[in-house]
Design a protein around this ligand. Structure first.
Ligand SMILES: Cc1cc2nc3c(=O)[nH]c(=O)nc-3n(C[C@H](O)[C@H](O)[C@H](O)COP(=O)(O)OP(=O)(O)OC[C@H]3O[C@@H](n4cnc5c(N)ncnc54)[C@H](O)[C@@H]3O)c2cc1C
Length: 402
């Protein structure tokens, strides 16, 4: 009998967990499992703000996919997906094509600029290893130019968005400033980190007490907040912002856009019904009308029954979806057992404020300061444990808790 072909697209949180679960569930004689990813490595997206600020080297954040999967059970193809043809059960890669019986789409997110003029051309985004490395190198280069050119905009970093990613990034950068000041012989008072947020508060949706803690902590470290202020345009010279009728130009050589993500646009281009790159999946994580196509991570859209709004795209939900999808594929392939409905078990959220501070809600309780920071590291290490057991935690984990 022909072995079913299972193809997983994208080695993010969802794709990796699905793959390692599938390799545990299936013997080599039962199914052909293939994982496709554009890089040879998997990276922890949730650490990218540290790479971008330069407080953590990107080699710590990424891991070689072949060191994590069992290559005797899973074929890994390093290539870029350019199209998915669900009607033909085919995937077009840049260098080849694949047929599948069951497909898992886990192609993650991309930056969303909401049509704001000039952002695509003039702003960086913390979307992957390359982007994070580019931001770190760019900031260092601009700072190195200051002693020669003495232009203030070289030392001004503007961050668009005081949501989770924006706040985590400015916190890391604020921690790094003293080191950069020393390295490049800079006047400390000239270094500016300006965080611009259109909503009436930083960290919209977070508990107000936690938000106040975060903002005060960051202001003490020199971060300037422009809350209730919208970025109207990014230009070669910086950004133009507006608060009500007041319009202002902030001159800056470094603008980082951290205020919006959407699902990978390839998902809509392939003909799936999607909202901003996210497919509204059925209760078993399948694309509507395609019982052989499962969706994980930021490519999936699930409505929270408690408030009738989509769950925010997070690593936490992507990991849980990976478990569910692997189980449901095993049941479908074998034709026995029960399909499991996906139900999100929200364990909480922790936002880091540098390596030694943070805020969050864990199992319904608010946490601040070092406790939140320890919790964040526990969450990061837990993921590595799920992916590759204790050895991976020892190799790549965050083991320095204080
Ligand atoms: C700075 C930052 C901090 C965050 N912090 C947190 C946090 O603390 N907690 C939390 O829960 N969530 C956090 N998130 C959100 C979380 O990282 C995402 O929700 C999560 O990464 C989504 O996982 P995923 O499996 O959908 O895919 P991703 O992690 O986005 O990975 C997608 C993979 O697909 C690959 N790929 C993309 N396109 C192609 C293609 N065409 N061909 C082949 N391969 C392709 C990519 O290279 C990548 O390996 C954060 C996000 C950012 C940016």
């Amino acid at each position: 009998m022909r072995k079913p072909k299972i193809v997983v697209l994208g080695a993010g949180y969802g794709g990796m967990i699905t793959t390692v679960r599938l390799q545990k569930m299936f013997s080599v004689s039962e199914a052909d499992i293939t994982l496709v990813n554009n890089n040879s490595y998997h990276y922890q997206t949730t650490w990218l703000h540290e790479n971008a600020a330069g407080t953590l080297h990107h080699d710590k954040t990424r891991l070689n996919i072949k060191d994590v999967i069992d290559t005797s059970k899973v074929q890994f193809i390093q290539d870029t997906v350019v199209d998915i043809k669900p009607a033909e059960k085919r995937v077009i890669l840049h260098n080849s094509e694949l047929e599948y019986d069951y497909l898992v789409v886990g192609l993650g997110f991309e930056s969303e600029t909401f049509g704001i003029k000039g952002l695509k051309e003039h702003a960086f985004s913390i979307a992957n290893i390359n982007g994070a490395r580019q931001i770190r190198d760019h900031i260092e280069y601009m700072f190195s130019l200051y002693p020669i050119e003495k232009r203030d905009e070289l030392l001004t970093v503007v961050v668009g968005g005081a949501g989770f990613t924006g706040i985590e990034f400015v916190a890391e950068l604020a921690n790094r400033v003293p080191e950069l000041v020393e390295e490049y012989d800079l006047p400390r008072e000239k270094v500016r980190i300006v965080c611009v947020e259109a909503a009436p508060t930083a960290l919209p949706g977070f508990d107000p007490e936690l938000v106040e803690y975060a903002v005060k902590h960051l202001e003490k470290k020199g971060v300037e907040f422009r809350i209730g202020t919208a970025i109207k345009e990014a230009t070669e010279d910086g950004i133009i912002v507006a608060k009500g009728d007041d319009v202002e130009e902030i001159k800056s050589e470094t603008v980082v856009w951290a205020a919006g993500v959407r699902g990978n646009s390839l998902v809509e281009q392939s003909g799936f019904e999607a909202m901003r790159g996210r497919i509204k999946v059925d209760e078993y994580m399948r694309a509507p009308g395609h019982d052989d196509v499962f969706i994980v991570g930021d490519s999936a859209l699930i409505i929270n029954p408690e408030n009738d709004r989509p769950y925010p795209p997070t690593a936490q939900i992507a990991i849980q979806e990976g478990y569910n999808v692997a189980h449901n594929i095993a049941v479908t392939v074998r034709g026995k057992g029960e399909l499991e409905k996906f139900s999100f078990d929200n364990k909480g959220t922790v936002c880091s404020l540098g390596h030694d501070d943070g805020i969050g809600v864990v199992f319904g309780k608010k946490v601040f300061g070092w406790k939140a920071s320890v919790m964040k590291k526990v969450i990061d290490n837990r993921y590595l444990f799920l992916l590759g057991g204790p050895l991976l935690v020892l190799k790549k984990g965050k083991l320095k808790f204080f």
